[in-house]
Structures are given as structure tokens and as C-alpha cells.
Design a protein around this ligand. Sequence first.
Ligand code: FPP
Length: 222
Amino acid sequence: MDGNGRWARHRGLPRLKGHEQGAANVRPITEECVAQGVEFLTLYAFSTENWKRPGEEVSGLWILLGNFLELELPTMMKNGIRLRTIGHTHELPEEARQKLSATIAATAENKALTLILALNYSSRTELADAARSIAEDARSGALDPATITPDAIQSRLYTSEYPDPDLLIRTSGEMRLSNFMLWQLSYAEFYITPKFWPDFGKQDLRAAIAEFHKRERRFGGI
Ligand code: FPP
């Protein structure tokens, strides 16, 4: 959801106003995902590196997240949205953690779209966590190091129960992955748009999906 800060700066507003607008943009985008038959949407909301931002911005983001969860629960129920998270959410402030758990529980049986919020997420930390889990299983004798395959890693990622993303959309024109799903994006199609996240609307999502359908995916074949 990149570009919230610049969206606000271009309007002479404080950065948190951009995040507020960014949070408000989640509803139309999830609605369009449901309309298009997208089954999984992951939003990169907070990276492990985002703690470096000023304390006021960080605490403002957790308040925004809590407000978002409370405000959006009825819409999530109406639209069949199941909420999940990836990342070290146990390090989030207590209130945000409680609201996340409550929303995850309330939406657990919804079927149309799984909305995964990446919160305090870093792909390198995820891979290190998987490596640690493999090492522990090897030490206990549960796993023979000779049998370690990509599946052994895949099954220990935070995303083990979800399919790999088909399409990565990066808003605000940045051409980098920023520590996001390094493993899972191996064969994803990339779509980079100069629009800031708060300006990325339903029509833009439809354009990204249309572009995706034009791509020829070979997965290493010919
Ligand atoms: C990236 O824009 C955005 C973030 C780091 C925060 C996104 C989080 C929220 C909108 C909080 C609410 C959470 C949800 C899931 C609704 P940026 O600040 O890096 O923008 P910039 O690069 O233009 O400064």
C-alpha cells in the first residue's frame, strides 16, 4: 500500500492523513477482488523496518488499524471476507492484537476472499524462522538433512496454507520488493503503477488484472 505519505504531502496534509485515506481504500479494493473472483489478497501494511519511522506515525498506524478493523467488520461479513495475518504480530501493541484476534475469529468461516494483512512482516525473517524450524527438526531427529527439499521450506513459511501470489501490484512506482515474499513471488507477474495507494481504485485493479491476463506464463518452460 505504498505512497500514502506522498499522497498526503502532495496535498499539504500530515502523513497520517495519507494512511487514513489508504486504510479507507481497502474496502473498495476488496469489494473489487470479490467481484473479480480473486480468492486471496495480501496487503503489505507494516514491515519490520517500519518501526524506524517516527513514534507518532507508528502509534498512529496501530490506532488506524484498530479503527479499520472495527469499522470494516460488518462489510467483511457482508462480503464474505476472511481476515488473516502474516508477520510477527505478537510484537504489536496489545489493543491492535486483541482487535486482530477478534476479527480473525469473527470472519473465520467467510469464504469469498481471504484478506491477509502483512503486519510486522519481513520475508528475510520469515525465511530465517523457517530455517530455524528445519534446524530444530534436524536436531531432534525428526528430519534427515539429506531430505530437505523446497517443500520443507514452503511448508514452514507463514503462508504455508495459501497459494503463491499470481500477481504483485506495487503502487507509487517503486521498482523494488522491499523484503516482501521473496520466496513466494518466484513466478509472480509484476505490475507497477505510478499511482499512490489512496488513488488506486477499482478501475486500476481491473486494469492490472487485464494486464495479468495478457502475460504468457511459462514457469521456466518454453
Ligand atoms: C506505505 O506508504 C504505507 C504504510 C507503511 C502503512 C500502511 C498502513 C495503513 C494504511 C494502516 C492501516 C492498516 C490497514 C491494513 C488498513 P508510505 O508511508 O511508505 O508512503 P510514502 O512512501 O509515500 O511515504
